[in-house]
Ligand binder design. Structure first.
Ligand SMILES: [Zn+2]
Length: 91
């Protein structure tokens, strides 16, 4: 997954959320600080999307959900040719 994406850490209870919410799902807090998503995680599942717009350069894209060691699940595009569930990935 390329680029920098931020998760949000609740200032009240330190719960990490991603995608970000307006309210902390754990304590209802409304103040967050951005935390860059980084580190390693385990690939939970993945899929290929073949139904792309006609002007798309690639025949398909690969999407996956990675459970990151920092405690969140991130959905994103996988930049790999042959994903394997359970494999360790870098965010
Ligand atoms: Zn909270």
């Amino acid at each position: 997954m390329a680029g920098t994406v931020d998760a949000a850490r609740c200032r009240a209870c330190a719960r990490l959320t991603y995608p970000t919410h307006y309210y902390c799902p754990a304590c209802g807090g409304r103040e967050f600080e951005p935390v860059p998503i980084e580190g390693e995680g385990t690939l939970l599942t993945w899929t290929r999307v073949h139904a792309l717009p006609l002007d798309y350069e690639q025949r398909y894209i690969t999407l996956g959900i990675v459970e990151l060691d920092m405690g969140i699940r991130a959905t994103g595009r996988l930049e790999m040719g042959d994903p394997a569930i359970g494999r360790r990935e870098r965010a």
